[in-house]
Design a protein around this ligand. Structure first.
Ligand code: MN
Length: 289
């Protein structure tokens, strides 16, 4: 039995099937963790969402919500003004299954913890000042909002936005929820206190770039990080490359952009990848997300 953590699919269904074949996936024995961003930009979001939902409902997979998954929920809830030309969500929104898919999706967690290992998965990251125990509680606060009857109002009117970008335990109401959701699903760079920086997207591949970004650093590099006792798996950062250091593991290896799709085997600590075809790339190649 192997547990594989699979990086951002973003509608790359054929690549997912090729990856599962490559790793000799055994549906009755193996368990899959999906790091979020199941949908959008790629050509087969409906197939990806349907496939992952089915596995999750059969108890063979877990997923965490990514920013693109939340974007789909918002689009369904009537947030049309945020639908852009690069979105490929119409097929889901117009599908007969839409209501069922959306109702399942909004009940998925922001963080998953392994039942045995000290291992967790989130879409983007966990701020340095949060312990894993605290993070679990914060995740639950926002999951409760998304699972409530009033979820459409929460998403459309309150949960999107870049502020506040700094965390204080005393934050309350929608401000508190917004920071929590942004940290779990959108964070790349922050400062030592967890102040989020949203405009930086590239990888800090050189010392010069790191200096330019100061005081912001990739969320996982801070030496005083309070969640280091756990291995953290995350996606979201397609330009970062393969990181297995700092007790974190990146899984978004840019399949959507013609890079690779990753499955990381928890038990053997092996990274398994396939090269992705040009087919999954968005037609009009715009900025990476
Ligand atoms: Mn993402």
């Amino acid at each position: 039995m192997t547990t594989y953590v699979i990086g951002d699919l973003q509608g790359c269904y054929d690549e997912l099937q090729a990856l599962l074949k490559h790793i000799d996936y055994q549906p009755k024995q193996d368990f899959l963790w999906f790091a979020g961003d199941i949908v959008n930009r790629g050509p087969k979001s409906l197939e990806c969402l349907h496939f992952v939902k089915q596995l999750e409902q059969q108890g063979q997979a877990k997923i965490v919500l990514g920013n693109h998954d939340l974007h789909l929920l918002a689009a369904y809830a009537g947030f049309d003004k945020f639908l852009s030309k690069s979105d490929t969500l119409q097929e889901i929104l117009q599908s007969e299954e839409a209501e069922e898919l959306i109702d399942w999706l909004r009940k998925q967690p922001l963080m998953v913890k392994h039942p045995v290992y000290n291992t967790v998965m989130v879409h983007a990251g966990i701020p340095p000042q949060w312990s894993i125990k605290a993070a679990q509680g914060y995740a639950k606060e926002v999951e409760t909002l998304l699972q409530s009857e009033d979820w459409k109002n929460a998403l459309v009117n309150h949960l999107f936005g870049n502020q506040p970008n700094e965390w204080q335990e005393t934050l309350s109401g929608w401000d508190r929820a917004r920071y929590i959701l942004n940290a779990f699903t959108r964070m790349r760079y922050c400062d030592a206190n967890g102040a989020l920086e949203f405009s930086l997207k590239s990888a800090p591949e050189s010392d010069q770039k790191r200096q330019e970004a100061f005081p912001y650093e990739p969320w996982f590099v801070f030496s005083n990080r309070k969640n280091k006792a756990y291995e953290i798996f995350f996606g979201h950062w397609s330009t970062l490359g393969e990181i297995d250091a700092y007790q974190v593991h990146s899984t978004d290896t840019g399949c959507l952009w013609g890079g690779k799709l990753t499955a990381y085997a928890l038990e053997t600590k092996q990274r398994l990848t396939i090269k992705c075809s040009q087919q999954c790339q968005p037609k009009k190649r715009s900025k990476k997300s």
